[in-house]
Design a protein around this ligand. Structure first.
Ligand code: NCD
Ligand code: ZN
Length: 350
């Protein structure tokens, strides 16, 4: 049966390869939204203070496990926040002990809570060499932070200035370019023959920069990297639906309270955990490729990370429009849920 006429599809349970869970009351409120559909997630370490050491990652993992709803089966895969003083041996031990799955590189100042990030790559070279040796992936926020580089060009410039030299210097390092937003990044990843993958968010498959800026400013569509022009969105959709093993889902669901989003200098981040699978199904179905959602959300990520795909399944069903709450309440205040701007007909049943 051609994809177009499918109204039900069972796939391996998906994982989220880029997720912000936060801490405390926010963690408690947002975690069930991910644990409902996803088996595992790569958990970002940009807390205040950041999760830098294996001891901090272990403690954070315990707080996540304690915040899970009773009976929920969810495995957080922890990351270490790379700083210029990170101890390579601590990273080695965290990976060997199964405490950390990956290391996250934030260029200093690139995004939310990235001040302790990396200014000079040479200063973290010893850590990167150890990671290349042991096969531990490096997740990179791929944007330069130079004030003289236009914010819409920061990803493409990062590829030339940082990615290319880095991959020449440390060719055995396994790298995930996180939340790619440009045709440039899609082409760069496609042209590589090994050790490079990329996550794509749900929202970057749906919005372009007009959604943020045309007809009034829409803070709930503001995230980093910022959404680009339509041709880039189309390139991301093509990569996601292609089945190409180098591209996989990282929602970058990044909750901020409405008061923190809706102000003169609002926070970057889109909260999509509750409706991500419905949104994705709509995108894949509209492209006539609903079956490929399994490669993107459930198979390609584990393959890159060297983990088995999940054994259990979820079923996606197409029917009357499904609705999600516009906001969820958290102990820190309300958080608005991503609004794709179209009806969602696909829902998840376990
Ligand atoms: C993320 C956050 O809020 O932590 N924000 C975002 O816009 N994506 C940080 C990040 O992933 O860049
Ligand atoms: Zn993120």
């Amino acid at each position: 049966m051609p994809d177009r006429h499918l109204t039900s599809l069972t796939i391996r349970r998906p994982d989220d390869w880029h997720l912000h869970l936060r801490d405390g009351a926010m963690l408690k409120a947002v975690l069930p939204e991910t644990a409902r559909h996803f088996a595992r997630a790569i958990v970002m370490p940009n807390l205040v203070p950041p999760v830098v050491t294996s001891a901090q990652a272990l403690a954070y993992r315990e707080r996540i496990m304690a915040a899970l709803p009773p009976g929920a089966k969810f495995q957080p895969l922890m990351t270490l926040y790379l700083t210029e003083t990170t101890d390579p041996e601590d990273v080695r031990e965290a990976y060997a002990a199964g405490i950390a799955t990956a290391v996250k590189l934030y260029p200093a100042g690139a995004t939310t809570n990235s001040d302790s990030g990396v200014r000079e790559i040479e200063k973290v070279r010893a850590v990167l060499d150890v990671m290349a040796e042991i096969g531990m992936p490096l997740c990179i926020h791929g944007e330069v932070t130079d004030h003289d580089v236009d914010i819409f060009d920061r990803e493409a410039v990062f590829i030339d200035r940082v990615m290319k030299p880095l991959r020449k210097k440390v060719p055995d390092l396994r790298i995930v370019m996180e939340h790619v937003t440009t045709q440039d990044a899609v082409d760069y990843v496609r042209d590589s023959n090994k050790n490079l993958g990329a996550t794509i968010t749900t929202h970057h498959l749906i919005i372009n920069r007009n959604h943020i800026l045309a007809g009034g400013i829409k803070p709930h569509f503001y995230c980093l990297p910022v959404a680009k022009r339509e041709a880039h969105r189309v390139a991301l959709v093509q990569a996601a639906i292609s089945g190409d093993k180098r591209f996989f889902l990282g929602t970058d669901s990044a909750p901020h309270t409405d008061p923190n989003k809706l102000q003169a200098c609002g926070c970057a981040g889109i909260f999509s955990a509750p409706n991500t699978m419905s949104c994705l199904a709509e995108v894949f179905d509209a492209a006539g490729r609903i079956r490929k959602i399994e490669d993107f959300a459930s198979l390609n990520g584990p393959l890159f990370y060297g983990l088995p795909p999940n054994e259990d399944t979820i079923t996606l069903i197409k029917g009357d429009p499904v609705t999600y709450p516009a906001q969820i309440a958290t102990g820190d205040g309300p958080v608005t849920v991503f609004d794709p701007g179209f009806d969602l007909h696909w829902r998840v049943v376990d």
